[in-house]
Design a protein around this ligand. Structure first.
Ligand SMILES: Nc1ncnc2c1ncn2[C@@H]1O[C@H](COP(=O)(O)OP(=O)(O)OP(=O)(O)O)[C@@H](O)[C@H]1O
Ligand SMILES: [Mg+2]
Length: 288
């Protein structure tokens, strides 16, 4: 089966993109799936979340080298992590200047796709963590991926700016990558004590383009998630039994079910699976 290349995007900042790339990736790796994480954000939070320091990144190649130098393949920047089946292409602050350096580059929208080379054949999942803007780097991620996951915070403004995201998706589909599809919406930082969280969930599941794509798994607010990132360890290894770890493990199973085409197990292809989430406990909440 070819690798699923999934870009995790939302131009809204702080909605859980990096947290999802990191912890979904770690949970898929734990299931034995060969997983590559590509940090495409100059903030390098994903890189840092795996305990890799700026100095370690500077000592080798990063996504920055891949983007600006057509002789550098993605494989040259990929490095193993402390966890089995989990590989990362780290990011570097220099990536913030890459857009300007790429302005005169021929085929600049397809740079990442070209750099992928045969590497995709070595993985089951490739997760691309995008920065919170619809930039050339994000366009590169969209040109390379076959799927988009959109994490959304359960917040009143969550659906704002979605029109822009669909605009970009439709444009990329028409001009660069007809295979790209939005296949998952993940609600993060959910607080089932608040009406707002439940209202956002209801609006999401009623949305004409998102409703049927909302994952059954909902990630609730959990301080252990933030702490694990500070410690440079995915939450599923940092505190195996916290509900954040359970949520990301449940999400990995749902994502796997999509891959295996299990229509009834994944919640993707049934009608509005998350419609019941506000009234029934989220998948991962049992026992935590
Ligand atoms: N479920 C959660 N519970 C508590 N804190 C969380 C949760 N998910 C993410 N966070 C925290 O919220 C902050 C923002 O998350 P994250 O960095 O994943 O968002 P992002 O969308 O990648 O942000 P950016 O747009 O800046 O790249 C981080 O400090 C993270 O640790
Ligand atoms: Mg991020």
């Amino acid at each position: 089966m070819p690798a699923r290349i999934i870009t995790i995007m939302n131009q809204k900042g702080g909605v859980g993109k990096t947290t999802t790339a990191l912890n979904l990736g770690a949970a898929l790796a734990e299931l034995g799936r060969r997983t590559l994480l590509v940090d495409m954000d100059p903030q390098a939070n994903l890189t840092r979340g795996l305990g890799i320091s700026h100095e370690e990144v500077s000592a080798g190649k990063s996504i920055y080298d891949v983007m600006i130098d057509h002789k550098v393949e993605l494989a040259a920047a990929a490095r193993p992590t402390r966890w089995e089946n989990l590989t990362i292409v780290p990011s570097h602050i220099d990536l913030s200047g890459a857009e300007i350096e790429m302005v005169s580059m021929i085929g600049r929208e397809l740079r990442l796709k070209r750099a992928m080379g045969a590497l995709a054949g070595s993985f089951d999942y490739i997760l691309l963590d995008c920065l919170p803007s619809l930039s050339l780097i994000t366009v590169n991620a969209c040109a390379t991926a076959t799927e988009i996951f959109v994490p959304m915070q359960a917040h009143p403004f969550a659906l704002e700016g979605l029109g822009k995201l669909f605009e970009v998706l439709d444009l990329v589909k028409a001009e660069i990558n007809p295979e790209l599809d939005l296949t998952g919406v993940l609600v993060t930082m959910f607080d089932n004590r608040t009406n707002i969280s439940r209202e956002v969930m209801d609006r999401l599941t009623a949305h004409p383009r998102l409703g049927g794509k909302v994952f059954k798994t909902v990630v609730r607010q959990n301080i252990r998630i933030a702490e694990s990132q500070g410690a440079g360890v995915p939450v599923i290894h940092f505190d195996r039994s916290c509900h954040g770890a359970e949520a990301y493990r449940a999400l990995a199973l749902e994502v796997e079910a999509q891959r295996l085409g299990a229509n009834d197990a994944g919640g993707q292809k049934t009608t509005s699976p998350a419609a019941s989430a506000p009234s029934t406990p989220p998948v991962a909440s049992a026992g935590s």
